[in-house]
Design a protein. Sequence first.
Length: 279
Amino acid sequence: MISVLFVCHGNICRSPISEFVMKDMVTKRGIKAKFYIASAATSTEEIWNGIGNPVYPPAKRELAKHGISCEGKRAVQITKADYGKYDYILGMEERNIRNILRIVGKDPEGKVKLLLDYSDNPRDIADPWYTGNFEITFNEKNNTYKENISVGDKAVELASGTFVMDGNKLTLTSDGGDVQNLVKQGKYLIAKDYLYEGEIPDGDTFDATCTFKNSNNVVYFITFKADGTYVQDDNGDVSEGTYTRDGDWIKRESSSGTSVGIDYLIYSGRITNSYYIKK
């Protein structure tokens, strides 16, 4: 039997999609009995009190469009023992590979690879949460909105609901009852609930540590140093590199020289990576 483990950061989007698409493929080809297929996370971000979150609803809906069910799947974290259990451990991006090796140790058997290393175009599969490809559309006639995220060349609906504008404050209430508070700053809509703690001083470079705690009490840290470098810790997922400041923007490059996810926007002396830009 061939055993395959797909791995991403949270195990609610990219890796479970890979898991269930491959399960569907081997089932349709009549070779299901020859494979053991699963998926896992490098972090515990989507695991709370030992219980993982289910597959992210838009990802679940996308699978369902193709007749694929992921019912019952919940996020789990990869363990050191998984190295001996699986023949292939396939990450979605280089950051996943680094964190897989941090957990399992060395890779003497060459099991740990990028998923797309087995394609004609080896590359990372970007995490949609960190690409900034979110779009929100307002209908002022009936005070409704729709929020989408772009995955590849497709727009997947995240939420819809109603909104109330009060001066520069905007309150969104989804059809499911979730409330999001936004504030207008020029052409930007900023999610006030996602501002990091810690003040950003004036200057092109500076010393500052900023933290953010999400609803699962997972804490994220980023430390900016006056020498133009930064260290970021997303629940044990550590990265570092250099940063540049351009007005109210902070852009980062990893130590390998590649850009890092979405830029930070400074609002009232605090940073956020949760905002919309008016087109």
